[in-house]
Design a protein around this ligand. Sequence first.
Ligand SMILES: O=C(CO)COP(=O)(O)O
Length: 241
Amino acid sequence: MRRIVIAGNWKMHKTQADSLAFLNGFLPQLEATPEEREVILCAPFTALTTLSKTLHGSRVMIGAQNIHWESSGAYTGEISGEMLTEIGVRYVVVGHSERREYFGDTDETVNLRLKAAQAAGLTPILCVGETKQQRDAGDTETHVVNQIEKGLMGVDQSKLIIAYEPIWAIGTGDTCASEEANRVCWLIRSQLANKDVPIQYGGSVKPGNVDEIMAQPDIDGALVGGASLDPQNFARIINYQ
Ligand SMILES: O=C(CO)COP(=O)(O)O
């Protein structure tokens, strides 16, 4: 039985005060949300403790947006798995295209981060997806399969979430057609030993397109950027029909 997991990726948005204000508007809207839908907020490091304390005992889980592969050491600016679990973080986004593009993450370091997350008891959300050029050149399948193969070497597939995020659809308003997103999610699943890994779609998910996306048979959730910053929009996405 596959799980449904909806995660908000706040990226570099929201102070602690902003995060608390968000929860005030957000939590009351989850009262009628079906129990089986897992809800995660992936917030900046500085907001994690506040969120964790405020959400203690709630159905909303906390995720981080990066993790280093060593457990401690001289790695200025990085964060370890133990530092995250200590404050109640349960999930971590790994291999987001913004980290690959701007901060030098490669399939090799993504693989190390995934293994470190699992060793610390965190569930990683591995992001994969093609650029516009790769799609136009007909390389989507090869690229995504390659990211999956390299990223998942030696990774435990029983404690894992995957997000298919076509880069050209991120923050552009240009959603991937839901049948096409489903096709690539199906392709990803076909590469996995564990067919029950939740596979999310990410890229301009909004209240207006979530129902159609979630109706697809191989899409088990969403990884939501911009629309997760607004409590009404994100709650509407979680409460998809
Ligand atoms: O990158 C994303 C989530 O990780 C998607 O961002 P948008 O929902 O803003 O397109």
